[in-house]
Design a protein around this ligand. Structure first.
Ligand code: FDA
Length: 391
């Protein structure tokens, strides 16, 4: 027997839960299906268990997409302040950590509970632990097999996210379904992901665990945040951010000691000629990193014994230290997936597919990828709201 709904939402993650709640509260009969045993698993592990649920600096230029204008409409109609108002209406305590990032004071589970309560208010039927089988479009209705059941509705929302962190139940299902209905997919790639370094950078891999603030640059993009050396290469917020812009073969530069003005080593030589080069770097950098950089620069001894030319060259190198990553840690470690369902296929107002009426795509499944820091959840909420108001 086929159960009739007004809308079927595939994927009970951030976007799917919020979309189902929005549509349900508008009086739509909504079925929300997920193959995972419980909803919102990525929310639960997000932000170190406290969920960085939005960012007060949300703006379209903080998103990567084949069409940089696509996200504008949804983001302007459902803002960080709107989501914060919802969080507060559920009595969830929150704090701003850094760079406009808003986190729960308590557990990320509070956000899942809030979304489930919103779904309950809208009378949403939630089915977890059910594999989605065949999906067809017949006589203006989408028919979905799920577990041993079949449901149909005039609207179908793809909210199954991207393939990052497959062990959490993430799949490329959204792309398969989009292609089935004739929609193009921009090549998915891991984003917000640690980068790996080749063997000749082994010196840096020995620094595993060392962290320092840098400006990471790739092309014209730069982020000033902490970087972390790992046994495979580079991580930390600055590297995760720049990884979204990195392509194989690109150089990433690290500006160490980003507050030092041009000529700082030469100035220090005049002020404190007896100071060792290693100590000069060590004042502002972790000791192990200072040692590794000295070894790489091939400079040692007192500043007074080094030429201005050598110190000038060292300053320049420290300001643009080049790394050529040989890859990334891939979807297994990527916080999000860049690329996805091509925005050219979708209405930016409703998220409906232009060539498949009644089919919608939202959240990470779409080719819109935010910076680190709550931007990806804000896109999930905003795109979900846009679709939830349209279906
Ligand atoms: P999401 O992945 O949340 O949901 C997709 C759902 O679809 C899942 O429940 C999945 O089980 C289901 N599904 C997949 N395939 C299916 C299939 N074939 N059939 C049925 N169901 C299927 N962002 C942020 O803004 N702030 C943060 O603090 C963090 N922190 C963070 C930490 C970690 C470790 C990760 C991996 C990611 C983050 N993110 C984040 C990113 C954030 O989690 C991500 O952008 C959103 O969860 C995307 O929401 P979606 O609903 O689009 O996908």
């Amino acid at each position: 027997m086929t159960t009739q709904y007004d809308a079927i939402v595939l994927g009970a993650g951030a976007a799917g839960l919020f979309c189902a709640a929005t549509a349900g509260q508008r009086g739509r009969r909504v079925l929300l299906i997920d193959h995972a045993p419980e909803p919102g698993r990525k929310i639960v592990i997000s932000g170190g268990g406290r969920c960085n649920f939005t960012n007060v600096h949300t703006a379209p230029d903080r998103y990567l997409s084949g069409n940089p204008h696509f996200a504008k409409s949804a983001l302007s109609r459902y803002t960080a302040a709107d989501f914060l108002a919802l969080v507060e209406s559920h009595g969830i305590a929150w704090h701003e950590k850094t760079l406009g990032q808003l986190f729960c004071d308590g557990s990320a589970r509070q956000i899942v509970t809030m979304l489930l309560e919103e779904c309950a208010k809208g009378g949403v039927t939630l089915r977890c632990g059910e594999a989605v089988g065949e999906v067809e479009h017949v006589d203006g209705l989408y028919r979905v097999r799920h577990g041993a059941h079949e449901a149909s509705a005039p609207a179908l929302v793809i909210a199954t996210g991207g393939p990052s962190i497959p062990k959490m139940g993430a799949t490329g299902f959204a792309y398969d379904l989009a292609r089935k209905f004739g929609l193009k997919v921009v090549q998915p790639r891991p984003a917000l992901v640690p980068l790996t370094l080749p063997g000749d950078e082994a010196l840096f891999r020995e620094l595993s665990g060392v962290s320092t603030e840098i400006v990471a640059r790739c092309g014209k993009t730069a982020f000033r945040e902490a970087a972390l050396f790992t046994h495979r290469g580079l991580s930390g917020p600055a590297i995760l951010q720049i990884s979204s812009y990195w392509k194989r073969g690109d150089t990433v530069t690290a500006q160490f000691l980003p507050d030092r003005a041009d000529g700082w080593l030469r100035e220090l030589k005049r002020e404190r000629p007896r100071l060792s080069f290693r100590k000069a770097l060590g004042d502002g950098l972790p000791e192990r990193l200072a040692e590794a950089l000295c070894a790489r620069l091939g400079l040692e001894g007192e500043l007074g014994a080094l030429t201005d030319k050598a110190l000038g060259a060292a300053e320049a190198r420290l300001a643009r230290w080049p790394f050529v990553p040989d890859g990334s840690e891939g979807f297994a470690k990527a916080e999000v997936t860049a690329g996805g369902i091509d925005t050219a296929e979708l209405s930016s107002k409703t998220m409906e597919a232009k060539r498949a009426p009644g089919l919608y795509a939202i959240g990470e499944a779409v080719d819109v990828t935010g910076w680190l820091g709550g931007y990806n959840f804000q896109w999930a909420w905003a795109s979900a709201r846009a679709a939830g108001q349209a279906i």
